[in-house]
Design a protein around this ligand. Structure first.
Ligand code: NAP
Length: 215
């Protein structure tokens, strides 16, 4: 699968490395492509099978696009890849961002909208899925907890796009969980805030959420 990742930080770099190791064709979109692989953060660096490209170029021909920039950069990044002008029409857009405000708060939209719903409004033709936001990037490198996978919570309005997100999350070792329509991203972003407050409140980053069910 051809995967474009926008944002070459801890999340984008880690997801890119792991999917490239699994044989996917990964292109990481960066603002300064002249820096090459040096522009990419994340655990372990990017394998030579993945490539770095300018933002608009990185999404050309992509099967799916992952958005992994800081929240404040989302409008600029979506403009730079052409998503606001239809470049992602029909393409799954996996929103890993969290709309963090100052002091462990969420920047919630005027009508209570999640960040993901605002991403959808900015890129109306894209098939937006909220995913990869409720756990730390280290868990994206390794979601295994004593033989049990961490859960990857997923929300979106497009069943096919959610299936692709589930399959890419499962390939990393997560147990994917479809939480319903994109409006459920409101809860997923609060769940992310809970993860952050626990991790930075003393528990550390080696924690993850797992949904358990009675058989
Ligand atoms: N860290 C986590 O464990 C974690 C887990 C789940 C979700 N998230 C969410 O995922 C997002 C990324 O987090 P992160 O920790 O990976 O951040 P990060 O390490 O700070 O990386 C952010 C990346 O976005 C790039 N960027 C900034 N502005 C941009 C723009 N206008 N256009 C394109 N790229 C731009 C940065 O590039 P430059 O280097 O050029 O500035 C950098 O590569 C955030 O929304 C965060 O809340 C984080």
């Amino acid at each position: 699968m051809r995967i474009a990742i926008i944002g070459a930080g801890n999340v984008g770099g880690t997801l890119g490395r792991r999917w490239a190791e699994l044989g996917h064709d990964v292109g990481v979109g960066v603002r300064e492509p002249s820096k090459g692989a040096g522009a990419v953060k994340g655990s372990g660096g990017l394998p030579s099978t993945a490539h770095v490209a300018a933002l608009a170029e990185s999404v050309r021909g992509a099967d799916v696009v992952v958005l992994a920039t800081p929240w404040g950069a989302v409008p600029d990044a979506l403009r730079a890849i052409g998503a606001t002008d239809g470049a992602l029409n029909g393409i799954p857009l996996f929103d890993a961002t969290n709309p963090l405000g100052p002091g462990l708060t969420l920047d919630i939209g005027p009508k209570g909208e999640s960040g993901a719903e605002r991403v959808q409004a900015l890129a109306p033709g894209a098939r937006v899925v909220k995913v990869f936001n409720t756990t730390g990037f280290d868990n994206m490198a390794n979601p295994d907890y004593g033989g049990a996978p961490a859960t990857m919570f997923i929300a979106g309005d497009d069943a096919g796009a959610k299936e692709q997100a589930s399959s890419l999350a499962a390939a990393l070792g997560f147990e994917p969980l479809d939480c319903g329509a994109l409006v459920r991203a409101r809860e997923l972003e609060h769940l992310a805030l809970l993860w952050i407050s626990l991790a930075f409140g003393g528990m550390g980053r080696d924690i993850a959420f797992r949904l358990v069910r009675r058989a």
